[in-house]
Design a binder for this molecule. Sequence first.
Ligand code: AMP
Length: 282
Amino acid sequence: MEVVKEKARIRRIVQEAFAAGRTVGLVPTMGYFHQGHLELMRRARAECDLVVVSLFVNPTQFGPGEDLEAYPRDFERDRGMAKSVGVDYIFNPEPAEMYPEGFSTQVEVEGLSDILCGAIRPGHFRGVATVVAKLFNIVPAQRAYFGQKDAQQLAVIRRMAADLEFAVKVVAVGTVREQDGLAMSSRNTYLTERDRADALVLSRALRTAAGMIEAGERDAAVVSEAMQGLFDALPSINLEYIAICDTIYLQPLEELHGEVLIAVAARVGKARLIDNMVFEVE
Ligand code: AMP
């Protein structure tokens, strides 16, 4: 496995692989790997001849006062973990390599970017869409792997890739959880022991919704209210939203049918946590 810092070099490597008839998979990340990241890499390894992981803590997707400086980093540990699952290259650019002087173009996915997490983090999805568009050009892979855990990010990237005619196939990978249900996240490192216990309410609320849907409930308001009740019982948690919506436009649903996304976001101690489940409802 090799670490590449220059965009021109990784592009050349990928273009040569493509010319030799090899399939290339890209896994964009911000590092501080956990089993969720490794699952994306394993999937790419199983499906592609060449696997490139990008590791870049993208400053433009952090708002003022967010955790850019505090964001956890451990490059040596990440390098070992990526190597252990058979990654071929880590693309690890410096910010100036991605945003040289004079950089001034932004990718704005309208409609999807200013709702849910985007309403709470203005500019976040502009930063995400812009850096991912750049990564798709720097690493012209046939397949790119993203986690279902970030459901809105997935919707934004799918829309952006379709609208801008990127030839890459966006592959979604299911959320990897701790044994007790907590969705894995680099930001879980911010949680104290007490927060860690409280944080289980996110997955518990989603499992409650799953149980209600299983039992035949189809009224979104009823499901939402039951979920809300679990958060109300934990005043230390600051619930940001419970959303019951479609998976493509992220528009609220009153009645559950088809592919339904139920997503939650909450502040627990110093961490802002998100989680979701997707249901195929008859
Ligand atoms: P990040 O480094 O947090 O930007 O995440 C990089 C990629 O890993 C994104 O596509 C995330 O959606 C994905 N990811 C993060 N956490 C998980 C998880 N628990 N399960 C599956 N994928 C995840």
